[in-house]
Design a protein around this ligand. Structure first.
Ligand code: PLP
Length: 427
């Protein structure tokens, strides 16, 4: 059993005990091997994302190679002086340059960034939040709950669909007012349509209270200067760090592993005094990132500054691959596997980025629901179904994995139609 599953002996013993406890019918050698193989599938492993969701939270969001040398790295050592250095200095400086900010720092994720900002800058004081932005952003990030944990006091402003500058002003001039911050949250995963009005950062910045903008997705510059052409249409309504700071936000916070295309991290960028207050708060120690994350983030920041991000950051590679390239790959896979039809598809940014927008794409469609069989392939392939048809969207598949997709589809073709030639691709 240990040999068949390549699992450590201690794990196999545990699984064997479970099998015995489950009863005699689960106690055969074959059942034990099945149990071990099933267990092995619960371990983390690379998978092929054929869902067409570029930033799939269940698949770790932005794909990224994280090479960590088995060496010491100068995480907190100043190589010039030999003295203790700051973990935040190098990467923070690069991210600040990238965003056009005075300073920047890194924590474990964006939820941690928001928590730290509120704890460091608004503890026991009030924070104004529009009722339309007091939201839950998936995975249990709820603005009122984070506020409560930080020790800051949430003051709801305006209404769910409309909040104007005057609503904020009114809250600021109440006799009980002790307002430390205005928090603006980009509601990433939904959109209210119709009679809707929010207050832009430009206007909030006139209130005389620091404006914190949780932009979430980590688009660094709305102009996307790292892309060869103009910014893609699907990014049109996404707030960007540089422009939000230019509009007058004191700080922006965003995730490292969404549109930035980096490792899981949270970035705080903006006014140097406020970043310093965050860095000096005791929570900063508990929320600090590891050296491998900082190293990966440094690579990403350098790629943006070099303007090579479009070709070196996997997220931007996925986002910018052309339809003819995708169609060509899909046709080659279908031809080699002898199964499937090439169809037009719509990919989505995912992870609450650019909600409601789609990215034109190309998929291989298969009649019937084959998701379970595809997940059992090596490496596992995660696809989606629609109206009883399985769809493998190629925009999110690394071109180097096409061969595995082809092999998995060929294996699907064999038992069902042993001697039938390839189905011709539709155009
Ligand atoms: C995604 C998101 C978060 C949570 O970020 P994590 O990096 O997952 O912790 C918080 N706020 C906004 C606006 C987001 O889009």
């Amino acid at each position: 059993m240990a040999a068949a599953s390549e699992l450590p002996h201690a794990v196999c013993v545990h699984l064997a005990r479970e099998a015995i406890a489950a009863g005699p019918q689960h106690h055969t050698e074959a059942a034990a091997v099945q149990r071990a193989l099933h267990y092995r599938r619960t371990l983390l492993s690379p998978v092929i994302n054929a869902t067409g969701v570029l930033l799939h939270t269940n698949l770790g969001r932005a794909p990224l190679a994280m090479a960590h040398p088995a060496h010491a790295i100068n995480v907190e050592l100043d190589l010039t002086t030999g003295n203790r250095g700051s973990r935040q200095h190098a990467v923070g400086g690069l991210l600040a340059t990238l965003c056009g900010a005075e300073a920047a720092m890194v924590v474990n994720n964006n939820a941690a960034a928001v928590l730290l900002v509120l704890a460091a800058l608004a503890r026991e004081r009030q924070v104004l939040v529009s009722r339309g932005e007091s939201v839950e952003i998936g995975g249990g990030f709820r603005v009122p709950d984070v506020m409560e944990q930080s020790g800051a006091h949430l003051v709801d402003v305006g209404t769910t669909n409309r909040t104007r500058l005057a609503d904020y002003s009114k809250a600021l001039t109440r006799t009980s007012a002790d307002v430390a911050l205005v928090l603006k949250v980009h509601p990433g995963n939904y959109r209210i349509e119709g009679f809707v009005e929010g207050t832009p950062v430009e206007q909030l910045a006139t209130l005389g209270v620091p404006v914190i903008a949780d932009i979430g997705s980590g688009l660094v510059d709305a102009g996307c200067p790292w892309l060869a052409g103009p910014p893609p249409a699907w990014l049109a309504h996404e707030p960007a760090a540089r422009q939000t700071l230019e509009a007058g936000a004191a700080l922006v916070t965003f995730s490292g592993d969404k549109l930035l295309g980096g490792p899981q991290a949270g970035i705080i960028a903006g006014r140097a005094d406020l970043v310093a207050a965050c860095a000096g708060h005791p929570l900063a120690r508990a929320l600090r990132p590891g050296g491998h994350v900082l190293l990966a983030l440094q690579h990403v920041a350098l790629a943006y500054l070099d303007r090579t991000a479009a070709t070196t950051i996997p997220f931007w590679q996925m986002a910018s691959v052309t339809l003819p390239q995708l169609r060509h790959r899909a046709e080659a896979i279908v031809a080699s596997a002898g199964i499937g039809t090439v169809v037009a598809s719509e990919a989505v940014p995912g992870a609450g980025s650019a909600p409601g927008t789609v990215i034109p794409s190309v998929a291989i469609s298969l009649t019937g629901d084959h998701l379970e069989v595809l997940r059992a392939a090596t490496p596992p392939i995660v696809a989606r179904t629609r109206d009883g048809v399985s769809l493998l969207d190629l925009r999110t598949v690394h071109p180097g994995d096409d061969i595995h997709v082809g092999a998995a589809l060929a294996a699907l073709a064999v038992p069902a139609v042993p001697a039938v030639p390839a189905i011709v691709a539709a155009h």
